[in-house]
Design a protein around this ligand. Structure first.
Ligand SMILES: Nc1ncnc2c1ncn2[C@@H]1O[C@H](CN(CC[C@H](N)C(=O)O)CC2CN(CCC(c3ccccc3)c3ccccc3)C2)[C@@H](O)[C@H]1O
Length: 157
């Protein structure tokens, strides 16, 4: 029954999709901007893509790097699975990272499938860029963070 309820809840959430716009970002290349005011805790958008196993995503990550493509549109959902939005992905793949984000992501299992939903962490005004904390694992090779927030951690990883 629980799965059904969460299904229903999600479909209701979907009915209230927010109007968003892909635009040049002040943080990095392209970003997603709110075209209508969004209240804290509102559901905004799902991170849509192909669910693949981590091993496959590691191979694809190398391919993308060889293709001279920066990081690709990969979203880790757990140790075993990654969502790859590179080829078939939704707008959520353009949401940039911030150390003081206005959104957060939630992983909800629907009919045995883990899916990623983006919610507002605080109220968002028209024209504001959506951001969430990527929570990348720490790495040697740092990606400098350009979020510009006062408490910026300096790097994404
Ligand atoms: N706060 C931040 N500070 C500094 N950098 C930040 C911050 N937040 C996000 N980023 C950067 O954005 C990345 C996340 N990004 C979020 C959206 C991004 N803004 C964008 O404009 O795409 C999605 C990835 C960026 N890549 C683009 C690949 C694309 C491509 C590659 C080369 C040339 C053109 C396009 C590609 C195209 C087709 C097939 C495969 C890949 C995917 C992070 O890994 C980081 O590099």
């Amino acid at each position: 029954v629980a799965a059904k309820d969460s299904d229903l809840k999600i479909s209701l959430l979907k009915s209230r999709k927010k109007r968003l716009k892909l635009q040049r970002s002040k943080i990095h290349d392209w970003g997603l901007l709110a075209l209508e005011p969004i209240d804290a805790e509102d559901f905004i958008i799902e991170y849509i893509g192909e669910i693949i196993r981590t091993k496959i995503s590691d191979v694809r990550e190398l391919q993308y790097e060889k293709m001279g493509v920066g990081s690709s549109y990969l979203f880790r959902i757990d140790d075993e699975h990654v969502i790859d939005a590179t080829v078939r992905g939704g707008l959520a793949r353009f949401i940039n990272h911030s150390c003081e984000p206005n959104c957060y992501t939630k992983i909800i299992t629907v009919e045995g499938q883990k899916r990623v939903f983006v919610y507002a962490k605080k109220s968002i005004t028209i024209g504001q860029e959506l951001t969430y904390d990527y929570k990348f694992p720490l790495e040697e090779k740092k990606i400098p963070c350009l979020c510009g927030s006062k408490r910026c951690r300096g790097s994404l990883n």
